[in-house]
Design a protein around this ligand. Structure first.
Ligand SMILES: C[S@@+](CC[C@H](N)C(=O)[O-])C[C@H]1O[C@@H](n2cnc3c(N)ncnc32)[C@H](O)[C@@H]1O
Length: 396
């Protein structure tokens, strides 16, 4: 695939800062014996991202929800994997991590009351201290009282969002940098994390045609996706110089496209004459040029796959410009809508007493959110007409 192979990065190249963690995975009476005897944890989509946060050497515990019993202490062996053909439970749980145990398996009853007394949930990711605490409980040793913040690491991976309001206070998460938070208009990494876990599987190909400081690359590699990134002015070696209106990839080769485009000419990225960020959002030319990017995204996406476009409105020189709606209108000329998410804007340069007082004085609002427009390239099938049956109620 030409360009793609030059930037594919194997998982061994992903530099990870190793801090040991502990992971509790759930099972039921039906799955307990199979998991313990095969020394393997299997999950479906719901906990896939948690399972992929496990690294070789991390602590693992198995929690039987039916019996309320916790088993351990295990050590992760190898890296997590994804295999749809796994011959256990007919491949219904394709995400896996193997584990080993050096001593006889210990168990504790009434595990939920232990979690409650520690003020944690089995879904949390444990710090090394927290994992050792659970290990000591399993071994019947005396334990030290720890604060919740010492037991769990809630910044290791971002939360999976389940509503259309996305808010996370930091640009990055975990122990490795994602993009460069000094880059103008850098994308919050949790957005890309959520998109790739929703719309792709490990090993699939993600493209960012306006990659800036490379946040998409860093998130994708950590989550074992293949990634190909372009920018009109690359900021690092793994970004290829290209115009997003002419992406050097073959048709229908990509599983997800993420675009965080300029929102107008409000940010100075670079002086390149083809930088779309020189065109003001008040001019139709801005949308025409971005429509060419949309057409390219459509061309390179496989059928049935998703494009996610992050965009914010503008309030400039006394004028409100609904950039998000205008982009939505153009996108849906080619794609079908999947959803629109409202992403809370944090750490904005305008979040200062000076700008808040200007907003009141001149009767305008500071931008508080961005749109994440999620659209899909349809398969060849015609969309089914949905028949709505209305109920009529008497008026009071
Ligand atoms: C909002 S920034 C992207 C931020 C990036 N996602 C990150 O996290 O650092 C928009 C990017 O679009 C790039 N850009 C502008 N015009 C372009 C074009 N014609 N082709 C490719 N990239 C372009 C800019 O150079 C800038 O890096």
């Amino acid at each position: 695939m030409g360009f793609l192979s030059s930037v594919e990065v194997e998982k061994s190249e992903v530099k990870k800062h190793f801090v040991r963690h502990g992971f509790i995975f759930a099972c039921t009476d039906k799955s307990e014996e199979t998991l313990l005897s095969n020394r393997i944890i299997l999950t479906g989509k719901n906990y896939a991202n948690k399972l992929f946060a496990v690294k070789e050497g991390d602590f693992i515990f198995l929690y039987n929800l039916d019996k309320d019993v916790l088993y351990g202490t295990f050590t992760a062996k190898g890296e997590p994997g994804y295999d749809k053909g796994i011959p256990i439970f007919e491949g219904r749980y394709p995400y896996y991590i193997r584990f080993e145990t050096t001593q006889t398996i210990k168990k504790v009853e009434k595990a939920s009351s232990i979690f409650r007394s520690l003020n944690i949930s089995w879904r949390d990711i444990l710090t090394e201290k927290g994992a050792l605490l659970i290990k000591n409980i399993l071994e019947g040793r005396a334990i030290n009282r720890l604060r919740k913040e010492e037991i769990i690491d809630d910044k290791y991976i971002p939360p999976m969002m389940t509503t259309t309001l996305w808010d996370y206070p930091y640009q990055s998460y975990g122990y490795t940098r994602k993009g460069n938070n000094k880059y103008p208009g850098v994308t919050p990494a949790f957005i890309i994390y959520n998109l790739i876990w929703r719309y792709t599987e490990p090993g699939e190909i993600v493209c960012d045609p306006m990659a800036g400081s490379g946040t998409t690359i860093d998130v994708c590699l950590e989550e074992r996706r293949r990634v190909v990134a372009f920018d009109i002015v690359p900021t690092r070696k793994d970004i290829i110089q290209a115009d997003a209106r002419n992406i050097p990839l073959k048709d229908e080769t990509v599983d997800l496209v993420f675009v965080d485009s300029p929102y107008g000419d409000n940010i100075k990225y670079n002086d390149h004459p083809l930088n779309i960020g020189h065109i003001p959002a008040s001019s139709e030319e801005f949308y025409e040029e971005l429509e060419k990017v949309m057409q390219e995204c459509y061309r390179i996406l496989k059928k049935g796959k998703v494009l996610a476009w992050l965009i914010g409105d503008q309030w400039a020189k006394g004028e409100y410009i609904p950039v998000g709606f205008k982009i939505y209108e153009r996108l849906t000329k080619y794609f079908s809508p999947v959803d629109v998410v409202c992403v809370v804007r944090r750490n904005q340069a305008s979040n200062t007493p000076f700008w808040h007082s200007k907003a009141l004085q001149h009767n305008f609002y500071l931008r508080g959110f961005k749109y994440l427009i999620i659209v899909k390239k349809e398969e060849n099938v015609k969309r089914k007409e949905v028949k709505i049956r209305w109920n009529f109620y008497e008026r009071w």
